[in-house]
Design a protein around this ligand. Structure first.
Ligand code: DQA
Length: 149
């Protein structure tokens, strides 16, 4: 079977993981998380690429590129843009690639402004609150969903 092509997108401030509010987001760096995703992807026959940006427009551009590259699936932690970005929602709707929304923290245990997401209702699934394991659960879930299509 051909490997599935999966893109992992990390939104603003996630480049600071490791030192950013470790009590909320854990002590692993973004490179640690990406490395773990690549290893898990290998074991599940998926080709993983990763992208991080602090800029909304760059995230939109990367999503457009994903469609041109004919990727099979996307895992996205939109970070603060979860709660604000109609542009990311529209981009994800435009490209017709199944995606999973991921959060390290349990956003529903936090401030009320984090309870709203502009993406959840159009996502294939949402995983929130398991720290870096959220990404690994998302990868397993996305691959299973894509294989059963
Ligand atoms: C986050 C939760 C968001 O509310 C926050 O703005 C982030 C990270 C998480 O992974 O828990 O930057 O998406």
């Amino acid at each position: 079977m051909k490997p599935l092509k999966i893109l992992i997108i990390h939104g603003p401030n996630l480049n600071l993981l490791g030192t950013r509010e470790p009590e909320t987001y854990g002590s692993q760096t973004l490179s640690d998380i990406n490395a773990e995703l690549l290893t898990l992807g290998d074991s599940l026959n998926a080709k993983i690429s990763t992208f991080q940006s602090n800029h909304e427009g760059e995230l939109v551009d990367r999503l457009h590129q994903a469609e041109r590259d004919k990727l099979d699936g996307i895992i996205i932690n939109p970070a603060a843009y979860t709660h604000t970005s109609i542009a990311l929602r529209d981009a994800l709707l435009a490209i017709h690639i199944p995606f999973i929304e991921v959060h390290l923290s349990n956003v529903h245990q936090r401030e009320s402004f984090r309870h709203q997401s502009f993406l959840s209702d159009v996502a294939s699934g949402v995983i929130t609150g398991f720290g870096n394991t959220s990404y690994m659960l998302a990868l397993r879930g996305l691959i299973t969903t894509l294989q059963n299509k």
